[in-house]
Design a protein around this ligand. Structure first.
Ligand SMILES: *[C@@H]1O[C@H](CO)[C@@H](O)[C@H](O)[C@H]1NC(C)=O
Length: 218
């Protein structure tokens, strides 16, 4: 019996370990700087010859520069991923700067491949995410300068500048290529559009409201 239990425990550990590896794999060398010219198809990018690797492959400049927030959302997002920092390949990390005008919003979105930790550098930012278990529970907090808040892996989250001045946050994500699924765009802004009777039924509204929500994308 004791033997059976330890076999079971071992199986669970092996299974969980493999599940963890299903996301960003552990490096098998110091680094694997992305070789964008390689024709080899792998999960991520093939590695440059380590002898050709320089500091430039790990460097991105300009995250100190405020972005232009004069747009309908009132935010500017600067998100260097592995495509801008080839040294991130296989490391499972990346970063993002967000500038917010007063009331600026990073609309509800999710990262299919990452958890995120947010650090507020300036201003006052409302940050929230929605859980799947318990279903649709909103967990949110008004953050001040210096506060750090975490968004769990893959969950829908959002931010808003709720202060009077501008705000700035830096995020760190657990993927070299976190991906972004913006909820409004991925429902009302698809190409081709999702049929209006599907959306009318799903959102329990009239089709004219669906058309209004689709209008900004047409
Ligand atoms: C910011 O963006 C707006 C809208 O595109 C543009 O009119 C304005 O000139 C930009 N400001 C700066 C400083 O680039």
């Amino acid at each position: 019996m004791a033997n059976n239990m330890s076999t079971l425990t071992l199986l669970v550990i092996i299974t969980c370990t493999n599940l963890a590896l299903a996301y960003e794999p552990s490096p098998l060398q110091d680094f694997c700087v992305a070789d964008f010219n390689s024709q080899v198809r792998v999960n991520g990018f093939a590695c440059l010859d380590p002898k050709q690797v320089t500091a430039a492959h790990f460097l991105f400049k300009g995250l100190n520069i405020p972005g232009n927030t004069s747009n309908p959302l009132g935010v500017f997002i600067n998100r260097p991923t592995v495509n801008e920092i080839p040294g991130l390949n296989t490391l499972g990390i990346s970063t993002v700067r967000v500038d917010y005008a007063p009331r600026g919003v990073v609309p509800p979105h999710r990262h299919p491949r990452a958890a995120e930790i947010l650090l507020v550098l300036e201003g006052t930012v409302l940050a929230g995410f929605v859980t799947s278990d318990p279903e649709n529970k909103l967990i949110s907090k008004v953050l001040q300068k210096g506060d750090v808040f975490a968004f769990p892996f893959g969950l829908i989250h959002f931010q808003q500048n709720v202060g009077y001045g501008n705000a700035v946050s830096i995020g760190f994500l657990s993927s070299q290529n976190p991906g972004v699924i913006s909820i409004a765009n991925s429902v009302f802004g698809t190409n081709p559009p999702i049929k209006d009777d599907v959306l009318a039924k799903a959102f329990q509204v009239d089709k004219t409201i669906v058309h209004q929500l689709q209008a900004p994308y047409n």
